[in-house]
Ligand binder design. Sequence first.
Ligand SMILES: *[C@@H]1O[C@H](CO)[C@@H](O)[C@H](O)[C@H]1NC(C)=O
Ligand SMILES: *[C@@H]1O[C@H](CO)[C@@H](O)[C@H](O)[C@H]1NC(C)=O
Length: 370
Amino acid sequence: MGISSSSSSFTCWIMLVLLVLTPASFAPQAEARAFFVFGDSLVDNGNNNYLATTARADAPPYGIDTPTHRATGRFSNGLNIPDLISEAIGSEPTQPYLSPALTGERLLVGANFASAGIGILNDTGVQFLNIIRIYEQLQYFQQYQQRVSTLIGAEQTQRLVNEALVLMTLGGNDFVNNYYLIPFSARSRQFSLPNYVVYLISEYREILTRVYELGARRVLVTGTGPLGCVPAERAMRGRNGECSIELQRATGLFNPQLVQMLNRLNREIGSDIFIAVNANEMSLDFVTNPQAYGFVTSQVACCGQGPYNGIGLCTAASNLCPNRDIYAFWDPFHPTEKANRIIVQRILTGSNKYMNPMNLSTIMLLDSRT
Ligand SMILES: *[C@@H]1O[C@H](CO)[C@@H](O)[C@H](O)[C@H]1NC(C)=O
Ligand SMILES: *[C@@H]1O[C@H](CO)[C@@H](O)[C@H](O)[C@H]1NC(C)=O
């Protein structure tokens, strides 16, 4: 996994040759570790802006706390989890794969394939029409590898992918935008909740197996956060603003089975490829004790309307809190940048309660050795 100094000088040499021989110039990127992101709105950083879908964050006040104060497609007031992971590993933020700006040497930083609204299942998020479902994200990943091969050759591309960090965030929408989307949904008539979770986990295993086949060797797999405690579910299903019992039950079934599945996959492969990120524990800390983290509330979203600002979308017409740093939730479903920072800090240095079998600091240390 590691980059030895002799092979990295070899990479520099290759880069130098490319620099001389090819019309487009490539800066030496030997030390930077590529980063690939797959999943839903928690990690989409703008792909849906390029699609005909209603699931997008391309209008104010999204992005209000970015340097330009402009909406980027991230479902956040500022940075999201992948941005902060890039920051932590010393890389440039990944570009949305559909961005026309993602060409040439920028490709070597990695890419973000995520698309708001999608889930593990192909039928999750159908109401959003044109979104990039997970198998399509993986097809794009294959296409990405072909594009990079024309720049640096097949062997170097394989190495770049093998040495990359991958983030996979799926599952929340399979409950919120599928099973529980409407009363008596097709999936809820087909499956009891426990059986639905078993089905989701088996489908997720197929997806992760495919990610491994495509060359990924370090994959952070996030479980769901406390789905029932987001402002939207408190408003729509919770009694007196409490967390929704059904969605908390779903969270409680899904997350431990995900960890078991990842452990099994690692055992079968014989290596710690898949790292479980316990997003539920990470978020529960500030959801149950917001004051300890500098938040005035974890019940009310900063941007929205209705009870807990949990109804409908966050738009220019919504209520908007003046200080986003004292809210855990930015909109009815998504954390603020401040909350994302707490999560990423746990990803980096968290104990086994948060990161199984190891945190990102340990991964970085292991992978930097030959
Ligand atoms: C989802 O779609 C992909 C690609 O279209 C297909 O390979 C896969 O079998 C589908 N999954 C299910 C459960 O139908
Ligand atoms: C990361 O995980 C390792 C191993 O579990 C642990 O020893 C360490 O304290 C954690 N934190 C940091 C900062 O590495």
